[in-house]
Ligand binder design. Structure first.
Ligand code: ATP
Ligand code: MG
Length: 258
């Protein structure tokens, strides 16, 4: 069955898009059929997958507002070997325009239904807010992957996100659960990183992925070439960590299904 996962954390700049793009590419490299959904008006996942957000004929904006079909907006990422439902700044207007519409929180879910059987994974890159767009992601998904930087303030925002996930689970989407927390931009030399990392393990136990993504400049450079980091420099430590994470995720899904 297709797995639909949101990459979410309402904090900005914590590595959501880097995780979404690199996980998509890592899964594609192990022969998984992947659709990457860019649910952020910044369009960073779109650009990171090598698609020019300024030249879109149609995008997720048209799809959410019922002005276009998903299959017409969908594009192929050649550098990543996965499909992309792209976004650009048009999407910023959707937040307001959707207020008028019926079933506004489930529009992405409805749109995905037409293509979901063509994929093993649908990964949704959420914007840095607990907004109507993120709510659409959470309503469409089976689970949430939460990238976290191991720093003092990281834990503060986490309870808001966990509460939101609980509410969506109770009221809108009984399928939704936390798949796991992924430690990203990790710097093992920092005592604080180690401490927060341990706190996460104590508090969330098995929900913390074993894979840890280190801070790695090659991952940060890759988006400007429109190539996912795992393909941009496969030998880099950051790339290898995302490859490991992809395998761990597949394994975790197999174990929970069994
Ligand atoms: P936003 O909330 O704005 O959508 P985000 O959570 O999607 O941000 P990213 O865009 O993935 O975060 O990452 C923020 C910045 O950190 C980017 O410049 C990215 O290249 C860089 N970055 C992400 N992960 C790493 C890493 N492991 N090592 C080094 N740089 C990283
Ligand atoms: Mg982002």
């Amino acid at each position: 069955m297709t797995k639909i996962f949101c990459i979410a954390n309402q904090k900005g700049g914590v590595g959501k898009t880097t995780t979404a793009v690199n996980l998509a590419a890592a899964l594609a490299n192990i022969n998984q059929r992947v659709l990457l959904v860019d649910l952020d008006p910044q369009g960073n996942a779109t650009m990171g997958a090598g698609i020019n957000k300024a030249e879109l004929k149609s995008s997720i904006y048209q799809v959410l507002l019922g002005m276009g079909e998903l299959k017409d907006a969908r594009l192929a990422s050649e550098s990543g070997k996965f499909d992309v439902l792209p976004a650009n700044r048009d999407l910023a207007g959707a937040e307001v325009e959707m207020v008028e519409l019926d079933h506004r929180e489930s529009r992405l879910k409805t749109a995905l239904a037409s293509v979901v059987d063509n994929y093993d994974f649908v990964l949704i890159d959420c914007p840095p807010a607990l907004s109507m767009l993120t709510l659409n992601g959470l309503c469409a998904a089976h689970g949430v992957i939460i990238p976290m930087q191991c720093e003092y303030y990281a834990l503060e925002g986490l309870s808001d996100l966990v509460n939101t996930i609980k509410i969506v689970h109770a009221k809108l989407n009984p399928d939704l659960k936390i798949i796991g927390l992924l430690r990203v931009m990790f710097d093992p030399r920092m005592m604080l990183s180690q401490q927060v990392s341990l706190q996460l393990e104590e508090h969330f136990g098995d929900k913390v992925f074993k894979s840890i993504i280190p801070r790695n400049v090659r991952l940060a450079e890759a988006p400007s070439y429109g190539v996912p980091g795992v393909n941009f420099d496969a030998a880099a430590k950051g790339a290898q960590a995302y490859v490991e994470f992809g395998k761990e995720l597949v394994q975790r899904i197999r174990n929970t299904a069994a």
